[in-house]
Ligand binder design. Structure first.
Ligand SMILES: [Zn+2]
Length: 211
């Protein structure tokens, strides 16, 4: 990836430099929104978006309330130049729904103890367990932007997906947005692994698993 993709700001005419994946940003000079329409078209167009609920001003004032009076903050943490950098960023994710025909086999044990006279008896019964069923799994997610730290993004989750709207470019105006650079095939293994674990959990319900 190389830098230096130049757009002209419609409002002040300045040249706005972006990276190849930037889909929306703000003009550095006049702070007007710049949306690169072509970046999220065709195959790169997201299906859904969870729109920001707070304006930048509301976010800044909520942040100031939260940090007010907190000791041990780094000196320049609340400096004007730092606050100036605060911005809403839309991150792309993959959300995957799937239906799995799943089955599980296990060996079960049951003990029965009793006493008769001065003897103790233990009876051990062995069972073969077999369970199968259709497992529906929704919203298995992975990040779709490699620049975003995976651990950090896990911390932000879960999003309230009931708030998701059909995607429209107009939501991006005034925010930062990036185009995905991770394809579904890149995350398939991680997603399959998660799905596998969910299926096991669902099928093993009410079974005490001995390690
Ligand atoms: Zn401008």
């Amino acid at each position: 990836m190389h830098d230096g993709y130049v757009f002209h700001c419609d409002s002040c005419g300045a040249e706005v430099v972006t990276t190849s994946s930037t889909a929306a940003t703000t003009c550095f000079y006049c702070h007007n929104p710049v949306v690169m329409k072509g970046r999220l078209s065709g195959d790169f167009r997201p299906d859904r978006i969870i729109p920001f609920k707070l304006s930048r001003e509301q976010a800044v004032s909520a942040f100031m309330d939260k940090t007010k009076g907190k000791k041990f903050l780094p000196k320049d943490f609340l400096s004007d130049s730092n606050i100036e950098k605060m911005t809403g960023v839309y991150f792309p994710y993959w959300y995957i729904d799937t239906q799995q025909d799943s089955h599980m086999t296990a060996r079960g044990k049951k003990y029965r103890h009793w006493k008769s006279g001065d003897r103790r008896y233990t009876e051990t019964s062995y069972y073969d367990l077999f369970r199968s069923g259709d497992v529906y799994i929704r919203n298995v997610f992975e990040r779709a932007l490699s620049a975003a730290d995976r651990e950090m993004l896990q911390c932000i989750h879960p999003y309230d997906l009931s708030e998701a709207q059909p995607f429209s470019m107009s939501y991006l105006s005034g925010f930062q947005a990036e185009k995905r650079d991770i394809e579904k095939s890149d995350i398939q293994m991680m997603v399959d692994q998660k799905i596998d674990e969910y299926c096991k959990e669902v099928l093993a319900v009410n079974i005490r698993v001995l390690k």
